[in-house]
Design a protein around this ligand. Structure first.
Ligand code: T3D
Length: 267
């Protein structure tokens, strides 16, 4: 039997998904997409999972699309029709980006090495990006005549502003993790040796928090990007109505009043 292309490990309430094609820097094939989608779906419906971590096996995080994959590679025969890359995006990358953004728990990208093309944008679409100092981010698309996908055109200007987004996307230069943190592209860059501990501490902390409130925060912030101020205030009120009737709100207030630590359990 061949090795799984996505390793799934659960520790406490934290589910870690490890992209596992290290020889190709964990670049995506259709099969790896399918395994990642199944693993995300399984984590989404598992009430014991309260935080998901995505990382890569070996020295890379993910080098985007596997360019050797015949379904997307340019034809070798003269006159042969080109592969429909848009169809691959619709089939794999759009659902992946939407799936990550719709997870009912916080998602952390633990970027252990180079994150290129759709691999970079997979990471940037997560709620937290923590990267090893030796890691880097490359919007590799322009180098092969494409534009940023897997959410890149939406994410980049929102994360780093138009000027930086244009430079990253059009030049496709390698951005070291430390610089990515300085630009605000990622949350944190840490020493390589500290990555695992840093991520597991963050994941355990998020897992103990009121999950529904964290997920509503993501949703409200994303939606607010395209709303006017008054509409965003209205959306906040609607979310608070829902959250205010949840167990976690009652527990949070009771714990505060009782001067004790809260025990959150909604998901
Ligand atoms: O096409 C569509 O379906 C549309 C979807 C697009 C989404 C996208 O993600 S487009 C962007 C695709 N990705 C890239 O263009 C990145 C290509 N890779 C690189 O530029 C470099 O590998 C890196 C900068 C990421 C890392 O460089 P380096 O020097 O550290 O490693 P390397 O030697 O280039 O790669 C190591 C191995 O991984 C090597 O294989 P080998 O020679 O040891 O057998 C290399 O061929 C393989 N590899 C790396 N990236 C890919 C890959 N194989 C297939 N596809 C890759 N994307």
């Amino acid at each position: 039997m061949s090795d799984p292309l996505v390793l799934v490990a659960q520790q406490g309430a934290v589910c870690t998904l490890t992209l596992n094609r290290p020889k190709s820097l964990n670049s995506f094939t259709g099969a790896m997409h399918d395994e990642l989608a199944a693993a995300l779906d399984a984590a989404a419906v598992d009430a014991n999972v309260r935080c998901v971590v995505i990382t890569g096996a070996g020295r890379g995080f993910c080098a985007g699309q596997d360019l050797a994959d015949p379904s997307v590679a340019p034809p070798t025969e003269p006159g042969a029709p080109p592969a429909d890359i848009g169809a691959a995006i619709e089939r794999y990358y759009k659902p992946l980006a939407l799936r990550v953004r719709a997870m009912p728990v916080p998602v952390i990208a633990a970027v252990n090495g180079v994150a290129a093309g759709a691999g970079a944008n997979l990471a940037l679409g997560c709620d937290f990006v923590v990267a090893a100092r030796s890691a880097s981010f490359i919007q590799a698309f322009a180098k092969i005549g494409l534009l940023p996908d897997c959410g890149g055109t939406w994410l980049l200007p929102r994360l780093v502003g138009r000027a930086n987004a244009m430079a990253l996307a059009m030049l496709g230069d390698k951005l070291p993790a430390e610089q990515a943190q300085r630009l605000g592209l990622i949350w944190k860059c840490v020493d390589d040796a500290a990555l695992a501990d840093e991520v597991s501490t963050l994941a355990a902390r998020l897992a103990a928090m009121p999950t529904k409130a964290l997920v509503a925060t993501r949703e409200a912030m994303d939606v607010a990007m395209s709303l006017g101020y008054a509409d965003a205030l209205g959306a906040e009120a609607r979310h608070q109505s829902r959250l205010g009737s949840s167990h976690d709100y009652l527990e949070g207030v009771a714990a505060f009043m009782g001067k004790r630590a809260p025990v959150f359990s909604d998901r």
